[in-house]
Design a protein. Structure first.
Length: 196
């Protein structure tokens, strides 16, 4: 405890802050180094001075002494594998289905594609192709999968009709007048051709 008395509360806080920015072996190595430097290599004293977990400091001191890094079980067994990685063949089939239903952004302002394929319809089509219920995700998970694959589930507006403008009305009025003039003249016949 000889040097720990020399540390000011501000310095102790800075060392705690530095340790909090690190994780895993890097944090334990730093804690062990500080324990050796300021706490005579004692894990209990480091716990008292820096408020660190004494077992973590002990592990760090052991890692420094032996040169071997301890790996936690969470890195080996933690996390779940995504559905696309567990079922790559089904994911490829889903990608093909989504491509068939994908459309360009109707405004053409972005390069995004939108899918008319819903999660429910995707599941239905995958079942029709012979995939079992155990292999397929739930409806909400399927929506997430489609979004992760880049097919955003949105309704697509194909094309908006143009608004009615006065010039168009004038054109149709002109056509109606010419048709009325033509039918009122003697000897003029109106023909219509049926193109089938």
């Amino acid at each position: 405890m000889s040097e720990s008395k020399l540390l000011t509360p501000s310095q102790i806080e800075d060392i705690r802050l530095a340790a909090s920015k690190m994780t895993g072996p890097a944090r334990r190595s730093f804690q062990a180094e500080m324990a050796e430097k300021y706490c005579d290599g004692g894990a209990r004293l480091a716990e008292k001075v820096f408020s660190w977990n004494r077992q973590s400091v002990r592990t760090g001191l052991g890692e420094r002494r032996t040169g071997m890094i301890c790996i936690g079980a969470q890195s080996a067994f933690g996390g779940s594998i995504r559905w696309e990685e567990r079922h790559p063949d089904i994911a490829e089939m889903l990608r093909k289905l989504a491509e068939e239903h994908a459309q360009q952004d109707p405004t053409f302002r972005t390069t995004l594609t939108y899918s008319r394929l819903t999660a429910e319809e995707a599941l239905k089509q995958l079942r029709a192709q012979g995939f079992s219920e155990e292999q397929l995700p739930s409806k909400s998970s399927m929506a997430d999968i489609l979004n992760r694959m880049g097919y955003r589930l949105r309704k697509v507006v194909k094309a908006k009709p143009q608004k009615r403008i006065p010039e168009t009305d004038a054109i149709f009025e002109n056509i109606k007048e010419k048709e009325a003039d033509a039918t009122s003249k003697p000897g003029v016949r109106r023909l219509s051709i049926d193109c089938k």
